[in-house]
Design a protein around this ligand. Sequence first.
Ligand code: SAH
Length: 279
Amino acid sequence: MAAGWLRRLFAQGSRPESQHDAAARDEAAAAAVTLVSDDPLSSLLSHAKLTLGMQLRAKGITNPKVLHAMLDEVPRERFVIGSMVDRSYEDVTLPIGSGQTISRPYIVALMTQLLEPDSTKTVLEIGTGCGYQAAVLSKLFSHVYSIERHSDLAETAEERLRQLDYTNVSVHFGDGFLGLPDLAPFDAIILTAVPRTVPNALLNQLAIGGRLVMPLELENGDQFLMRYTNSKAGLFEERLLQVRFVPMIQGLPSRNGAQATEISHDSTPIESPKVDSII
Ligand code: SAH
């Protein structure tokens, strides 16, 4: 682009372009390109991406499509709040407004990998937040349905996803405990906020062979990442690793800002999940 602009500038003179002019133009174009890639923020982000890639691989993120989506396709810097842009590719949790957070890249990558993504399948996400996880999923599934209970977050995420051209994501404002029964079954379901029980409505919306990946809070307050696989023989449960998520809250926020109850009536209590495998 810089070379084209310079070519036009040089071409404005009345005499034909000499060899010397052409060399000077190419040199100036090269300098302009160097200047663009020398932008301190973009070189910081590129460097941070390389480091993050190594960290994710070292921690067992092996699915090349997940790594490609997170490191090459989805610009995380477009989803975080302005003052945090320079930290976009650090493996840390970041604030996204309304008291909510975006998970650290390792957890996003791990949960996505655990869903065993397939570009012919659909996924339901509970907790759209800033829309980053939904954007990553959109690169790996045929369609992403995402539910958010904060209307401001839902609207901002929807607008951001539209601007960035993620056409296979639909954001639904509502209570994720209910899922989207009219659009079920889903091949994969992911919860990015933590409930105290596994929501029955969501289990009922999981296709046979489908996977539900979610954090679960135990009575002692510890949270674990869980995966439930729905097979004809029943539900297979895996407890993976200890995590920390914001609470999944039932109902919608009231107008005066008070929170709705965190207790779900439509759920199966799991007091001490059995450990089938640990990674
Ligand atoms: N996946 C998000 C991060 C989500 S943080 C991202 O990539 O940015 C958890 C989100 O879950 C918050 O936005 C919170 O408002 C939402 N949430 C909590 N309880 C919910 C519920 N019952 N239904 C839908 N969303 C819920």
